[in-house]
Design a protein around this ligand. Structure first.
Ligand SMILES: Nc1ncnc2c1ncn2[C@@H]1O[C@H](COP(=O)(O)OP(=O)(O)OP(=O)(O)O)[C@@H](O)[C@H]1O
Ligand SMILES: [Mg+2]
Length: 232
């Protein structure tokens, strides 16, 4: 479970990115996070992956208290999740294969497991033929798919994806969301930030809308709760 209690984030330049957020995401949920550019979506994800610190409030993620977490624990904490970054963050001087291999090496996977698993995960994203290419030889959408392959390869309990289909055409976007949906069916909690409600609306998942640092709507397939009424 992920739980935010009155969480605010003010960046050092005094920009308030999130205002007293209360949020519970249950283990096994699939949640879309949507909202205008600059509304605070990436900040929300960065707090969950402890890339940014909350300015106030409490955050718990799968039993870990993120506020009191020691710095040296953060890398281990992050390895339990699959993260797709909005700006890809793939390593330029490594091939597609090596980029995905690296995250398996970090958790101590055997060479044998790597030889089996990496091609399989690349094939899920139609990238198996590009395993030996370097990032500079890839399109934006292909880089994004490498980022997705890297996020899934260790079978994480939680996948956090920031605009995973931002550079990808609509039919491939649908396929990627569908793949995430299938992974979610096997029990993985999935959080996806997306601008693209035309793809997201094809799936019957909870959707949280953020507006200027507030959650302004939180809907699931069964119930629609408009939290706007409770704000003021
Ligand atoms: N490192 C930072 N330092 C200062 N301000 C920041 C920083 N990162 C984000 N912000 C500001 O915080 C607010 C929320 O930013 P955030 O990146 O969370 O938005 P977003 O909803 O992800 O937008 P987008 O859809 O464009 O990715 C914005 O006003 C942004 O300018
Ligand atoms: Mg963002």
């Amino acid at each position: 479970m992920i739980k935010f209690n009155n969480v605010s984030k003010v960046y050092p330049n005094s920009v308030t990115a999130l205002k007293s957020i209360n949020l519970t995401i249950n283990t096994g949920e699939f949640v879309f996070i949507t909202g205008a550019s600059g509304s605070g979506k990436s900040t929300l994800l960065k707090l969950i992956m402890k890339e940014e610190e909350a300015s106030s409030g409490k955050i718990r993620v799968f039993g870990s208290d993120l506020i009191s977490m020691k710095k040296k624990k953060i890398p281990f904490y992050r390895r339990t999740m699959g993260i797709v970054f909005q700006d890809f963050r793939i390593i330029e001087n490594m091939t597609v294969f090596q980029n995905v291999e690296l995250v398996m090496r970090v958790v101590g996977a055997s060479s044998r497991a790597i030889r089996k698993r990496v091609p399989y995960v690349l094939s899920l994203f139609s990238m198996e033929d590009k395993a030996d290419r370097y990032p500079r030889e890839l399109s934006g959408g292909e880089k994004q798919r490498v980022g997705l392959a890297r996020a899934l390869v260790n079978n994480p309990n939680l996948i956090i994806a920031d605009e995973p289909t931002g550079n990808i055409d609509p039919s491939m976007s649908y396929e990627i969301m569908d793949l995430l949906a299938q992974i979610n069916k096997r029990g993985t909690t999935v959080l996806v930030v997306t601008h693209d409600m035309s793809v997201a609306s094809k799936f019957d998942f909870r959707t949280i809308e953020i507006n200027k640092g507030n959650i302004t709507s939180d809907t699931s397939s069964k119930s629609k709760v408009n939290v706007q009424n409770f704000l003021n």
